[in-house]
Each structure stands twice: as structure tokens, then as C-alpha cells.
Write a protein that binds this ligand. Structure first.
Ligand code: ZN
Length: 199
């Protein structure tokens, strides 16, 4: 039986590790890479290398950044008294695309999920507490996903911040329970921000 060359076997194995890519798809991608011109194939390799070498988490809000601070934290036009708490950078992107929010963010990099052994200490809560304690922030908008775990996380944070002098609000429940922020359309997200309620 014919053997794959070592390099072909390796690229199939690597593609196969990607989420949602099975063995057949991995093979198809590998043969595609061999078929397109070399410049195009290497552009993919370079893009992967660059994104891993240049992109990091913002020192302040944990959004994706190229440098110490992300674009939003560096923007002098953003309202520094408003802080919106989201689970992941992709949730932040969804809210940004709604175009209504002008404050800063704090990305938790997850949510409290006891069944998956994710506790509060695995999130960026210490930094959040420190940011709020500094006193410039007047309002925290909880924009965790409307799921059991997202709600639990929001409640935990609201309790954590209780001793600090800050108002905690949450997105209006125009968003269907269980729907995920990143898949919610921008008009609904804009309404949810405008109609936010006291936590
Ligand atoms: Zn930032």
C-alpha cells in the first residue's frame, strides 16, 4: 500500500487537530495546500505564525491586542467611566459591531462553569476588582451570555463588587435566554445596551 510522505502525513495530522475538522476534511485541506501556488500556501503559514507571535491579551482589559494595550483601551475618545464585562473577545467584537457602546470593556476569558471545573480564580476577576477599586468607573454593565453559567458569573461579579461604590447593570433581556452574544444581531444588541437594567 502506498504511503503518504512524512510531510503530507504531518500536515494532515495538524489540520485534523482543528475543531470541527475530521480526517477526511484534513486530507482535503492538505491536498488543497499542495495544489494552490506556493505563495498562497505560505501566506497561510505566515498568518498563523504572525497571529501567534504578535497577538496577546491587553494588559488592562484582556481583549486581543498587538502591544500592551488594545485599540479600545488606547482610544482617548472612549468613556472611561463605563465598563462592560464580557466573557470572550468575540463577545466584545459583537457589541462593538452594534455601534452603540462607547465605554471600555473587561474580558473575563471564560465564565464560571462548575461542571467543567472552571472556578472564579481562572477568570480575570482580580484585575477587574483592581480596575473598579481605582474609582474612575461609575457603571459596570454585565454582558455575560444569557445562559445559566453566564448568569451565575454575573451574579458572582455583582457580589464581588458590592463593597465598591459602583453601579452594576445588565443588558436588557431582549436577547433570548440561551442565545449567545456573538450570534445575536446588532440591532438587538444595541437595544440591549440602551435598555440595560439595574442588576
Ligand atoms: Zn484593552
Amino acid at each position: 500500500m502506498a504511503q503518504l510522505t512524512e510531510s503530507v502525513a504531518r500536515v494532515i495530522e495538524e489540520f485534523g487537530k482543528l475543531p470541527g475538522i475530521g480526517r477526511k476534511s484534513a486530507e482535503r485541506l492538505a491536498y488543497y495546500i499542495l495544489r494552490v501556488n506556493k505563495v498562497e500556501a505560505l501566506a497561510l503559514a505566515d498568518a498563523i505564525r504572525d497571529v501567534r507571535e504578535n497577538v496577546r491579551y491587553c494588559d488592562q482589559c484582556f481583549n486581543l491586542a498587538e502591544g500592551e494595550l488594545c485599540e479600545i483601551c488606547r482610544d482617548p475618545k472612549r468613556d472611561r467611566t463605563l465598563l462592560c464585562v464580557v466573557e470572550q473577545p468575540r463577545d466584545l467584537m459583537a457589541l462593538e459591531q452594534s455601534g452603540t457602546y462607547q465605554g471600555l470593556y473587561h474580558v473575563l476569558l471564560g465564565r464560571i462553569a462548575p461542571l467543567e471545573n472552571v472556578g472564579p480564580d481562572q477568570l480575570t476577576l482580580d484585575s477587574l476588582y483592581d480596575r473598579v477599586r481605582q474609582g474612575e468607573i461609575r457603571e459596570i454593565i454585565m454582558a455575560t451570555n444569557p445562559t445559566v453559567e453566564g448568569d451565575g458569573t454575573a451574579l458572582h461579579i455583582s457580589n464581588m463588587l458590592e463593597e465598591l461604590d459602583v453601579e452594576v447593570t445588565r443588558l436588557a433581556r431582549g436577547i433570548t435566554t440561551g442565545s449567545i452574544l456573538e450570534y445575536t444581531n446588532k440591532e438587538i444588541l444595541a437595544d440591549a445596551i440602551m435598555g440595560r437594567q439595574k442588576f
